[in-house]
Design a protein around this ligand. Structure first.
Ligand code: PLP
Length: 403
């Protein structure tokens, strides 16, 4: 017998929540759990620009050979421009090693693996601000990096716990990594202000800390260019760093697994070495990335006219998210006058909001009202629409008043 001592894996709250929500067939069901953009009709939102790219690709009928280990060169160039900007001097100087990955999760994994195995002398400590995306800690553990946590968020103010962040940076072990979400923080929606990013860069430089940016929601916060401010600012300040990029949300390509990791290096020669280490890691892990979604992204980003359409469609998405925030806040604060401070809803940006609800209140919303949210209070703002937003606000009001 070989497998008899195997125990179950660590539970994944998101998985169980989705299974429960999918199995609930009551008409009043509202799914605010899964981190996917839903449109006003409450369903998957296929961007028009994507539909058009699919037609173009179908007409071209490309073959299905493997792509090279490091990914589609043209896709990677375009992806890097979205991060660093079209006129980036770093890109012109050949100082960014970019490789394709299995979406954002794969980018984070390969980035962690690089730090843990392929960078001689690298500290094995990575700092994570909490609450955080639930995957960071197990993923760090998987590659043998040691996580240290600090408080990112202050529930009392609904904003970044700036004191705690500064303290973590100022006392961090020199050379260690800081995992930073560039925008639309998951799960708190509390991002750093531009001024805070500037101070963070100064402080991190003083202690020679290494930034690892995770950007899974570029364009869903305040627009594509605004959302990438932090990465570009750190790049301008001369940091070496890793940037993990996902196209799941901003292209609506969740299942296609489209992403990239970009390593900013001091010279073109070093960039070539880092690129080659990434190639080696990818070869031994999954050999090459899926082609379909990356080809679609490449069709859009290689054509300035299509890129304009994509940007407009993305702007409409973030504007709708902000509209939903304003409506939910208005209902709770002004219409139902629900006890509590709901201003955190409009303070945040992106797909999520961390509502000030207890786990028991969240459970009641699920069990009694068929409203599915994470029991930390995290809701996916795009799941709200004209048909359900009043029901959600009214239900929250009842649950808060009863407890
Ligand atoms: N990073 C953060 C903060 C996320 O919230 C997510 C997705 O939920 C990811 C990375 C990875 O996303 P994906 O692998 O779907 O691109």
């Amino acid at each position: 017998m070989f497998f008899n001592n195997v125990t179950k894996g660590a539970p994944d709250v998101m998985y169980h929540l989705k299974v429960r929500a999918d199995g609930d067939m009551t008409p009043e069901k509202v799914d605010l759990g899964v981190g996917i953009y839903r449109n006003e009709q409450g369903v998957y939102n296929e961007m028009k620009v994507l539909r058009d790219a699919k037609d173009t690709m179908a007409a071209a009928n490309p073959d299905h050979d493997y792509e090279v280990t490091t990914g589609i060169a043209s896709f990677l160039k375009n992806a890097a421009k979205i991060v660093f900007g079209k006129d980036s001097s770093l890109l012109q100087a050949g100082r960014v090693a970019s490789v394709q990955t299995i979406s954002g999760t794969g980018a984070v994994h390969i980035a962690f693996l690089l730090l843990s195995r392929s960078v001689p002398g690298m500290s094995k400590i990575a700092y994570v601000g909490t609450p955080a995306w639930g995957n960071y800690l197990p993923m760090l553990d998987l590659v043998g990096l040691k996580a240290k946590t600090y408080r990112h968020y202050d529930p009392k103010t609904g904003s970044v716990d700036w004191e705690s962040v500064l303290n973590a940076v100022r006392t961090a072990e020199q050379g260690s990594t800081f995992i930073l979400q560039a925008c639309c923080h998951n799960p708190t929606a509390a991002d750093f202000t531009k001024e805070q990013w500037q101070i963070l860069a100064q402080e991190m430089k003083k202690r020679q800390l290494f930034p690892l940016f995770d950007i899974a929601y570029q364009g869903l916060g305040n627009g594509l260019e605004e959302d990438i401010y932090s990465v570009r600012h750190f790049a301008e300040q001369g940091f070496e760093m890793l940037v993990c990029q996902s196209f799941s949300k901003n292209f609506g390509l969740y299942g296609e697994r489209v992403g990239a990791v970009h390593a900013v290096c001091p010279t073109a020669d070093i960039t070539a070495a880092v690129h080659d280490q990434l190639r080696f890691l990818i070869r031994t892990e999954f050999s090459s990335s899926p082609a379909y979604g990356a080809r679609l992204v490449d069709i859009v980003l290689s054509d300035p006219a299509r890129e304009v359409v994509w940007r407009k469609e993305l702007d409409a998405i973030y504007e709708r998210l902000q509209g939903n925030r304003a409506k939910l806040f208005g209902l709770l604060n002004n219409v139902y006058k629900t006890p509590g401070d709901w201003s955190i809803i409009t303070k945040g940006t992106g797909l999520f909001s961390l509502l000030p609800l207890t786990p028991a209140q969240c459970t009641e919303l699920q069990d009694k009202y068929h409203i599915y949210l994470v029991n930390t209070g995290r809701v996916t703002i795009s799941g709200l629409n004209e048909r359900n937003i009043d029901y959600v606000a009214k239900s929250i009001d009842k649950v808060v008043r009863q407890s």
